[in-house]
Design a protein around this ligand. Structure first.
Ligand SMILES: Nc1nc2c(ncn2[C@@H]2O[C@H](COP(=O)(O)OP(=O)(O)O)[C@@H](O)[C@H]2O)c(=O)[nH]1
Ligand SMILES: [Mg+2]
Length: 447
C-alpha cells in the first residue's frame, strides 16, 4: 500500500472491534470530514447541550495515569440511563479496559449486570420497554433489514403504533367509568356508540400490527427455505448453486442426501436458511434409514417459510408431478437436458448445472419473503410483544361484542381495562420484575 502523505483523501475506519457489543465507534478524518459529517449525521433538534466531552488523563485506583482518554459526562440526567452518568473512551486494549473498570470499581461502583444500563433507562422512563428490547435487537441483528426494523422500534416506532389504539381505549374507558359512578344515569347505548368508530379503528390497527409478527420472527431468526422433491431431482446441486459453493453431496445414485443440510445466505436483505433434505418417494420403496430421511423432509417442509418444489424437466409427466407435489415456488430442474413436454406460467425452468434460471428463482423466493405493508411503520419482533398485542386485540374484540349485546357497562369497562393493561404491559408500564428480568437477562454487558 502507498501512503497518502499529502493527506488528499478523507479516511474512515471502524475504531472498535467487529463484534456484537454495546458500542461501535467509526472514526473519520480529512479535508472532507465536515461535508461528510453533514451528509451522514443529523443532530437532534434542539441541539443537545446536556453533556460535556473532555480529553484528559485516566487514573488508576492509586491515582497514577493509566491512559490518555476522552470522557463524556452527562451530569444532569439526560444520559442514556436517565441518571447522572459518564463514558470513558480509551485506547482499545482489553488490558487497559479492564484496568479502567477496576479503577472505577475501586472508587465506589459495582459491575453492572447484563442489560442493567438499559433497565435503568426503562425505570427512569427514558425508554419504553419496546424501545429497550429494540436496543438488543439492533445489536444482534443478523441482516440489514433486521437492523433497520429494530432501529425504527428504538426510535419509538412500536410505541407510536399503539399510541392511538391505547388512547382510544383509555378515552372510552374514562367515559364509561364516569357514567358508572353515577348509577342513576343509564349508560346509554348512544354514548357508547360515539366511541365505536375509534375503538374499531384501534382494533384494526392492532390486527395490522399482529400481521407483522411472522415477518418479525423471520427478521430475528431468518427465514427457512426448503428444497423439496423426489430423489435425484437435483436438490443438492441447486443448493450448491444458490450457495455458490459445494456444500451438499451430489450423486446420481438416488438417496444420497439423508439428513437435512442447512446453509445460510442473504436474500433481498433478509437472512435465509436454505435447507436441503432427502428426496421423497413412496415409503415402501425406501429402506429404513431413507424413511427417516423422508420423515425429516416432511417435518422441514411443514416448518418452512417457503417450499421450493423440484421435479426434473425430463421426468415423465414432469409438470403434473410438480403440481401434485405442490409448493410456494415450483421448479422444473435439469432444464439443460431438453425442453419439458409441458410448461406453465407459474413454473421456473432451472438448470443448476448450467446456472440457468437461478436469478429468477432467487427473485421468486425473495418475493415470497417480502414484508407486509404495515412493516414500514413497526414490526413485532418478539413473542412477548405478540402476546401483549394479541391480548389487547382479543380484549378489545370482546368489549365490542359486549357493547353489541347491550351488556352491562361494568362488563364493557372490564374488557377495555384488560385491553389497556395489555398495551401498558407492552410498553413496560407496571410490569412485574419477572417480565423485566426475562427481557434484560439476554442483553450483553454494557447495555
Ligand atoms: N443435466 C443436469 N444434471 C443435474 C442437474 N442438477 C443435478 N444433476 C444431476 O442429477 C443427479 C442428482 O443430483 P442431486 O443434486 O444429488 O439430486 P438430489 O437427490 O435431488 O439432491 C446428479 O448426478 C447431478 O449431477 C442439472 O441442472 N442438469
Ligand atoms: Mg440430495
Amino acid at each position: 500500500m502507498s501512503f497518502d502523505l499529502l493527506r488528499v483523501d478523507t479516511i474512515v475506519a471502524l475504531a472498535t472491534a467487529e463484534a456484537p457489543a454495546a458500542l461501535a465507534v467509526v472514526r473519520v478524518s480529512g479535508p472532507r470530514a465536515d461535508n461528510v459529517r453533514h451528509a451522514v449525521f443529523v443532530p437532534r433538534r434542539p441541539p443537545q447541550r446536556h453533556f460535556v466531552a473532555t480529553r484528559g488523563d485516566l487514573l488508576d485506583e492509586r491515582g497514577r495515569p493509566l491512559d490518555d482518554c476522552v470522557c463524556i459526562a452527562w451530569p444532569d440526567r439526560h444520559s442514556y440511563t436517565g441518571e447522572a452518568s459518564f463514558e470513558l473512551s480509551l485506547h482499545g486494549s482489553p488490558v487497559l479496559a479492564r484496568a479502567a473498570v477496576r479503577a472505577v470499581v475501586a472508587r465506589g461502583c459495582r459491575l453492572a449486570e447484563p442489560g442493567e444500563l438499559t433497565l435503568r433507562a426503562v425505570l427512569t422512563g427514558r425508554l419504553d420497554l419496546t424501545a429497550a428490547e429494540a436496543v438488543d435487537d439492533v445489536i444482534r441483528a443478523r441482516s440489514e433489514a433486521a437492523a433497520r426494523a429494530a432501529g425504527r422500534a428504538l426510535r419509538g416506532g412500536l410505541a407510536l403504533a399503539v399510541h392511538e389504539p391505547r388512547a382510544a381505549i383509555v378515552d372510552a374507558l374514562a367515559d364509561i367509568e364516569a357514567r358508572l359512578d353515577f348509577p342513576d344515569e343509564e349508560l346509554g347505548d348512544l354514548a357508547l356508540a360515539a366511541h365505536l368508530p375509534r375503538l374499531d379503528a384501534a382494533h384494526d390497527a392492532l390486527l395490522r400490527l399482529l400481521r407483522t409478527s411472522a415477518w418479525g420472527a423471520r427478521l430475528r431468526d431468518g427465514a427457512r427455505v426448503v428444497l423439496y422433491g423426489p430423489p435425484n431431482a437435483g436438490k443438492s446441486t441447486l443448493l450448491n448453486a444458490l450457495a455458490g459453493e459445494e456444500r451438499a453431496l451430489v450423486h446420481h445414485e438416488p438417496g444420497t442426501t439423508r439428513d437435512a443440510l442447512e446453509i445460510e445466505l442473504e436474500l433481498g436483505g433478509a437472512r435465509v436458511t436454505l435447507v436441503d433434505v432427502a428426496g421423497v418417494r413412496p415409503l415402501d420403496e425406501a429402506g429404513a434409514v431413507e424413511r427417516l430421511g423422508i420423515a425429516r423432509a416432511d417435518q422441514e417442509r411443514a416448518r418452512a417459510d417457503v417450499v421450493v418444489a423440484l421435479v426434473p424437466a425430463d421426468a415423465p409427466d414432469a409438470l403434473a408431478a410438480l403440481h401434485a407435489l405442490g409448493g410456494d415456488v415450483l421448479v422444473l430442474s435439469k432444464a439443460d437436458l431438453g425442453p419439458p413436454s409441458a410448461i406453465a406460467p407459474d413454473v421456473h425452468l432451472v438448470s443448476a448445472r448450467e446456472h440457468v434460471g437461478l436469478d429468477a428463482l432467487r427473485l421468486a423466493i425473495e418475493r415470497r419473503l417480502a414484508p407486509p405493508d404495515a412493516a414500514d411503520e413497526a414490526v413485532l419482533m418478539r413473542e412477548r410483544q405478540v402476546a401483549s398485542v394479541s391480548g389487547a386485540a382479543e380484549a378489545l374484540a370482546s368489549a365490542r361484542a359486549a357493547i353489541d349485546d347491550h351488556a352491562a357497562g361494568e362488563l364493557v369497562a372490564s374488557e377495555l381495562r384488560r385491553a389497556g393493561r395489555a398495551l401498558d404491559g407492552l410498553l413496560g408500564k407496571d410490569v412485574s420484575s419477572d417480565v423485566l428480568e426475562a427481557v434484560f437477562a439476554r442483553f450483553c454487558i454494557g447495555k
